[in-house]
Design a protein around this ligand. Structure first.
Ligand SMILES: Nc1nc2c(c(=O)[nH]1)N(C=O)[C@@H](CNc1ccc(C(=O)N[C@@H](CCC(=O)O)C(=O)O)cc1)CN2
Ligand SMILES: Nc1nc2c(ncn2[C@@H]2O[C@H](COP(=O)(O)OP(=O)(O)OP(=O)(O)O)[C@@H](O)[C@H]2O)c(=O)[nH]1
Ligand SMILES: [Mg+2]
Length: 447
């Protein structure tokens, strides 16, 4: 018991300003750890704080100087955000007053929290799994309601639950396959009895659906890069301005107007899309323009989609054909411009500054090509998750392939074990200090 008490006290009591820097109506200092109540009582000058009640208090420093008036709340562990004793001081939201409140708390023995340390503790105290802890950060980072909704699905545990369900099914399969290894003579029977093949098929399907929903969630945060490319004067800058809804780029009748890359972010079906206007593609002696063309060609390589604009009046030239051939074949789209001056080929994507055809059809085409329709069931996720899901997917495919091939239980078992371990890294069932360090380092202090 003495050991327990010592363990408990060796845990640092942490504190930080939980509200963003700057001025606001209210600002919050949060304290968590074994000494939270003692620290809170001292700063609030009260001998008691009733659990989960709001108290109106004058906060004071060690010399009894009044710092602020506010509300204090005590959440006894484990029924708190971190699972530890938590005290919150809700003061006024000014930088100096909050800093003085935090200083008083630190003087009473609390220590400054590191980035994400509150949420890290919530995870380590089993208040949430790793997908939920990461969803807290995603929810805070979300810039669109669609992204926030996806983060909320993960915060409520949907992502973690789906991963756990798949992991459970993997356990069941592993029991059958590894069981078959102990009885090599009955190899085939064991595998037959467990209907391993159908179940693995089902697992691969469910897994692919989860992968798609997580990828959609990552996209909601990271967005798409759409590059407007084409010959000089094709109308790239004009299109950028129309899609952005403002006169962002210089438009003139002179070919070679744009040299720098110009970026505007728009929202398509809830996804952030970065549009990049680029220098018209051509060989040129002009030093500045040549650098612009080089940058345009570089950016095209990183685009999720290249919209290749062709001047309908000038028609499809040999130069257009040559430039089109240089674009990545699976990520390019032709759009005819200046449809008010000449008729583009039938059923081609066409736009015109005159408004007929308008930009609505092009936006629909972009939606389709970027495949954003599936955003409605997105799960808040990060690149880290996709990397793991890709690895696990490859393991499952390998297991299936082996089973199809010659049914060696040994290799199948190995692949399934690897897949199972991968899923553990998502929820944090398997975690290292190093992994947690990398994840929580990206959080803000006070979270
Ligand atoms: N003032 C304040 N607002 C906040 C937070 C906070 O820490 N403080 N949060 C921080 O991110 C979020 C809310 N998260 C929280 C999660 C759990 C508990 C909590 O006390 N849980 C207990 C009791 C639950 C209950 O009464 O039903 C528990 O789970 O046992 C509190 C906040 C957003 N708003
Ligand atoms: N009539 C008509 N003129 C257009 C249309 N789109 C662009 N233009 C004109 O075409 C000229 C070139 O347009 P820009 O948008 O600057 O073309 P760009 O592709 O950015 O050209 P560079 O920056 O030189 O590569 C300007 O005079 C525009 O007003 C259109 O749909 N109809
Ligand atoms: Mg331009």
């Amino acid at each position: 018991m003495v050991g327990d008490a010592e363990d408990r006290l060796s845990v640092r009591t942490i504190a930080a300003i939980a509200t963003p820097p700057g001025r606001g109506g209210v600002g919050v200092v949060r304290i968590s750890g074994p000494r939270a109540l003692a620290v809170g009582r001292a700063v609030c000058g009260r001998s008691s704080l009733e659990p989960r009640h709001c108290h109106f208090t004058t906060f004071r420093d060690g010399q009894g100087r009044a710092l602020d008036q506010g509300l204090s709340i005590y959440f006894p562990g484990p029924a708190s955000f971190t699972g530890e004793d938590v005290v919150e001081l809700h003061g006024h939201g000014g930088p100096a007053v909050l800093q003085s409140l935090l200083n008083a708390v630190l003087e009473e023995g609390a220590e400054m929290a590191g980035p994400g340390e509150f949420t890290r503790r919530a995870f380590l105290n089993d208040r949430m799994d790793l997908t939920q802890a990461e969803a807290v950060a995603e929810l805070i980072e979300a810039d669109s309601t669609a992204a926030a909704r996806a983060a909320m699905r993960s915060l409520e545990g949907e992502f973690g639950r789906l991963v756990e369900e798949l992991a459970q099914e993997l356990v069941n399969l592993r029991i059958f396959v590894e069981g078959s290894l102990d009885f090599p003579d009955e190899d085939v029977d064991f595998l037959e009895e467990g209907r391993i093949r159908e179940r693995l098929e089902g697992l691969v399907d469910r897994f692919a659906r989860l992968r798609r929903r997580a990828a959609s969630g990552v996209r909601l945060f990271e967005g798409f890069l759409v590059v407007l490319a084409g010959r000089p004067n094709a109308g790239k800058s004009s299109l950028l301005n129309r899609l952005a809804g403002r006169e962002s780029a210089i438009v003139t009748e002179r070919a070679g107007t744009t040299r720098d890359i110009l970026r505007e972010t728009v929202t398509i079906a809830g996804f952030p899309v970065e549009l990049a206007d680029t220098a018209g593609l051509r060989e040129t002696e002009d030093l500045v323009e040549r650098e612009g063309v080089r940058r345009a060609r570089d950016l095209v390589e990183r685009a999720d989609l290249v919209v290749f604009l062709v001047d309908a009046q000038a028609g499809w030239t040999a130069e257009d054909a040559a430039e089109w051939e240089r674009l990545p074949a699976d990520r390019r789209l032709i759009v005819w411009t200046k449809a008010d001056l000449a008729t583009p080929p039938e059923s081609a994507n066409a736009i015109s500054a005159s408004g007929d055809p308008g930009i609505g059809a092009l936006e629909d085409t972009l939606r389709g090509r970027l495949n954003v329709e599936g955003g409605g069931d997105a799960l808040g996720a990060r690149k880290r998750h996709l990397e793991i899901l890709d690895r696990v997917g490859a393991d499952l495919e390998a297991a299936y392939g082996t089973l199809e091939g010659y049914g060696s239980g040994d290799l199948v078992a190995q692949d399934l074990r690897r897949a199972h371990e991968g899923l553990g890294e998502i929820t944090g069932r398997l975690h290292s200090d190093d992994l947690l360090g990398r994840i929580f380092a990206t959080f803000c202090i006070g979270k």
